[in-house]
Design a protein around this ligand. Structure first.
Ligand code: ACO
Length: 326
């Protein structure tokens, strides 16, 4: 069987920062509340002319360069996002055109913040079955476009950014050892955008009722996240035949520092074993894990042979975890 792993990583964040102090001027909140409840200090916000495919493009160019392959060598592009440029064509098709990846098939994947892990599992399957050699998996979001900046419960959490990886064959013994994906549609109400789809098409009323923004039950999402981050990681470890003590680096979805801390506790890991950058970027949904991974690589925190656990949760509800030997 072919061993499949990551050949290159890339990331992109827009320049503009939205700090807690900025938010203090927009909604009834304060820096101290946001930092103690979430760990977030600032987020990046896309420029007016930027959309998700533009962020995805920058991260992808970097990933291709780091993998040492050209866009023409890509066989498939998967973009995980809840903020596509438009309903269709898919953001993956827009990206294919921007990159000039003429040979590549392309599709978007919708699994909210778990989308990147779902994408990795898809890509690994395609390569293992011998259908494709090089797959680009991107998590990219412009969450600022679906965030209600009059709602203090959600506006403090989200930001914009992108992360990308190239998947392909790696030497035996390395690469992805397991995937654990899950969903619980009964919790769909906890985190959603209800307007603009076929159930509630865009109308003047849907706009005035603010149905095109993220609606969230923060407390219940928090409880779900605490439960599932630990269990998904444990299940992925077990199915790969690894122990908690084998973990060199945890790369978690960056939603809330307290959620990450509870996962660390459950996995018997100290905080230095987790890649954390939510203080600088907030929650970037599908982009958060690849962005954290790309920064971990950049900072030299990942060495050949290291055991990484990637784990995330999100709307759907969905979750995903993977064990990866670098
Ligand atoms: N500033 C000041 N006070 C606030 C703010 C704010 N920004 N937001 C809420 N409060 C108040 C609330 O009104 C509440 O007041 P009350 O007790 O008088 O009612 C109080 O603070 C406590 O509110 P809680 O909601 O209980 O606060 P909690 O500790 O749960 O933190 C948070 C809220 C940060 C949203 C947390 O629940 C959380 O992180 N949940 C998970 C959210 C998440 O990860 N969502 C994304 C999933 S990923 C995806 O798919 C996009």
């Amino acid at each position: 069987e072919i061993a499949v792993g990551i050949l290159g990583t890339g990331k992109y964040v827009p320049e503009r920062r939205l700090t807690n102090q900025d938010l203090e001027r927009m909604v009834e909140t304060n820096d101290e509340w946001i930092v103690t409840r979430t760990g977030i200090r600032e987020r990046r916000i896309a420029a007016q002319e930027q959309a998700t495919s533009d962020l995805a493009y920058e991260a992808s160019v970097q990933a291709l360069k780091s993998a040492g392959i050209s866009a023409e060598e890509l066989d498939l592009i998967i973009v995980a996002t809840i903020t596509p440029d438009m309903f269709f064509p898919s953001t993956a098709c827009l990206l294919q055109e921007k990159l000039g990846a003429k040979k590549a098939a392309a599709f978007d994947l919708s699994a909210a913040c778990s989308g990147f892990i779902y994408g990795l599992a898809n890509a690994t399957g395609f390569i293992k079955m011998g259908m494709y050699r090089h797959v680009l998996v991107v998590g990219a979001e412009c969450l600022s476009r679906i965030t209600d900046y009059t709602d203090r419960n959600t506006s403090i959490l989200f930001g914009d950014g992108a992360g990308a990886v190239i998947l392909g064959e790696v030497p035996e013994g390395r690469g992805f050892k397991s995937f654990k994906l899950g969903a619980d549609g009964s919790g769909g109400e906890l985190l959603k955008i209800s307007g603009g789809g076929s159930r509630l098409p865009s109308t003047e009323q849907s706009v005035s009722e603010r149905r095109h923004y993220i609606e969230m039950n923060g407390r219940d999402v928090f409880k779900f996240a605490v439960r599932v981050m630990g269990s998904a990681a444990e299940e992925a470890l077990a199915s790969a035949g690894y122990e908690k003590s084998d973990i060199d680096l945890l790369v978690p979805h960056q939603a809330n520092i307290r959620i990450i801390q509870s996962a660390l506790e459950r996995l018997d890991l100290s905080e230095d074993k987790a890649m954390i950058n939510l203080d600088r970027y907030g929650n970037v949904s599908a982009a958060s894990i690849p962005l954290a991974l790309a920064e971990a690589v950049e900072e030299g925190r990942v060495k050949e042979g290291d055991c990484l656990v990637l784990v995330g949760f999100g709307g759907g509800l969905t979750w995903g975890a993977s064990v990866l030997v670098w």
